[in-house]
Ligand binder design. Structure first.
Ligand code: PMP
Length: 449
């Protein structure tokens, strides 16, 4: 219906919803990597509803599974059980290391991280939580305090017992680290040290040790939270070896490790099914959301028997968590991920996209850094490559609007809002990759010559 825009009561919606495109984009339909607006115009969705549509919009397999379940049983609450929850938790656990044996099903990433905070506190008997600056762990009452990202601008005082450690960011941080990374990462950052001898991971780990020493001495810390690759923060990859050192430090201080896989899970990084596998760490808790349900509200906290043991002491209630429809959707998503070879698509198309973006960096001075893995990529735009001064918001918006006008939807993020985020459904083709690179090339040439 082309008249729909006039019917939309924009003033009835939260003002925070309207801060993206200059004119609201109204999406009526989706199919795999494609979205269609109210005029029928087609867009290539290279952001997947913020890294959420993992296997494709209205994927037939998932749609069919949801329909089937909807006509059978919608809801029970967790007073009763139903067969789908058992099948789903078994299937989910099969994707994870064997020490993770208990699944708590919830509805969003924020709920998952809030529950993870509670579990960490209950299981360790400690209160303090450490997260990394520039992280995003959600907007729930607990995880909002962990979130240390600039998108969260409200002047709410930080919650007692939450500490933010220095972010191990090779591009914006004090030290590099790309020399230690895979050469496939193709980032521009060069350290002063010799390849293979970069000690950025150690320097950042020393900063974490310092935070632990002064802010939450031994016996007080419950957990360290980290994303495998920071998502909202602008696709920030930590120097190789950092997470393993961080894991050792947190354990030594009596805390546990929580890996937030809300964006990096379900094969998105191409290399592994879970982002934390690339770090070689053994998390006590893994939180997941977004891609888990391909857009359907579903999220999970997966942990060990020991960590969840104290949950039996009291009722922890979640009306919708683990319902029949979300469980059926979760099963169908796991099936489709495997049948469609999504992780392989992420690896293959992601590598092509990364090299296409690296070529844009060589061509356009406005591209400061290109980074990421699989279909979790970031392009950091700068005023000046030498100083790395972030590109001003208005100029970023010009690029963003240009891409939309060409039928390409991408995301943005980073502390300064200057990182283009490309994280599409894992069903894109080589032609979609080439179109994305071509549109960005034109946008940079036109707006940032
Ligand atoms: N963790 C990460 C890494 C996220 O990116 C997000 C959402 N952007 C969340 C947690 C919170 O998820 P939700 O919006 O589903 O509450």
């Amino acid at each position: 219906d082309p008249t729909v825009i006039s019917h939309v009561r924009l003033h009835n919606l939260s003002p925070s919803l309207l801060s993206y495109y200059r004119q609201p984009v109204i999406i009526h339909q989706g199919h795999m990597q494609w979205l269609f607006d109210h005029t029928g115009r087609r867009y290539l969705d290279m952001f997947g509803g913020i890294v959420t549509v993992s296997i494709g919009h209205c994927h037939p397999k998932v749609t069919e599974a949801a329909h089937r379940q909807m006509s059978r049983l919608w809801h029970t609450t967790n007073i009763y059980l139903h067969p789908q929850i058992h099948e789903y938790t078994e299937r989910l656990l099969a994707t994870l290391p064997s020490h993770l044996q208990v699944v708590h099903l919830v509805n969003s990433g924020s709920e998952a991280n809030d529950l993870a905070v509670m579990l960490a506190r209950l299981s360790t008997g400690n209160f303090d939580i450490v997260s990394l600056r520039n992280c995003y762990h959600g907007m729930g009452p607990n995880c909002m305090a962990l979130t240390a990202h600039n998108t969260w601008k409200f002047n709410v005082p930080h919650m007692f017992g939450v500490h933010h450690a220095m972010n191990p960011d090779p591009y914006r941080g004090l030290w590099g680290g790309s020399a230690c990374r895979d050469s496939a990462a193709q980032t521009t950052r060069q350290c002063d040290c010799q390849p293979g001898q970069c000690d950025a991971a150690q320097k950042y780990a020393d900063q974490l040790a310092e935070t632990l020493r002064y802010s939450c001495p031994k016996g007080r810390v419950a957990a360290l939270f980290a994303e495998s690759i920071q998502g909202v923060g602008g696709t920030v990859q930590f120097p190789k070896g950092y997470m393993k050192k961080a894991e050792a430090l947190i354990r030594d201080h009596g805390g546990i490790l929580v890996m937030d896989e809300v964006q990096t899970g379900f094969g998105r990084t191409g290399e592994h099914f879970w982002g934390f596998e690339a770090h070689g760490v053994k998390p006590d808790i893994v939180t997941m959301a977004k891609g888990i349900g391909n857009g359907f509200p579903l999220a999970a906290v997966v942990t060990t028997k020991e960590v969840s043991a104290r949950m039996s002491e009291a009722l922890h209630f979640n009306t919708y968590g683990g319902g029949p429809i979300s469980s059926a959707v979760g099963i169908a998503v796991l099936d489709a991920l495997e049948e469609d070879g999504c992780q392989e698509v992420a690896r293959r198309t992601g590598a092509r996209l990364l090299s296409g973006l690296a070529a844009l960096r060589d061509k356009h001075g406005c591209v400061g850094d290109v980074r990421g893995k699989g279909l979790m990529l970031g392009v950091e735009l700068v005023e000046d490559r030498e100083t790395r001064a972030p590109l001003a918001a208005a100029a970023v918006a010009d690029v963003w609007e240009h891409t939309k006008d060409c039928g390409l939807l991408i995301g943005k993020g980073g502390h300064f809002g200057n990182v283009l985020r490309i994280k599409p459904p894992m069903c894109i083709t080589e032609a979609d990759v080439d179109f994305t690179v071509q549109v960005l090339d034109e946008a940079f040439a036109k707006h940032l010559p």
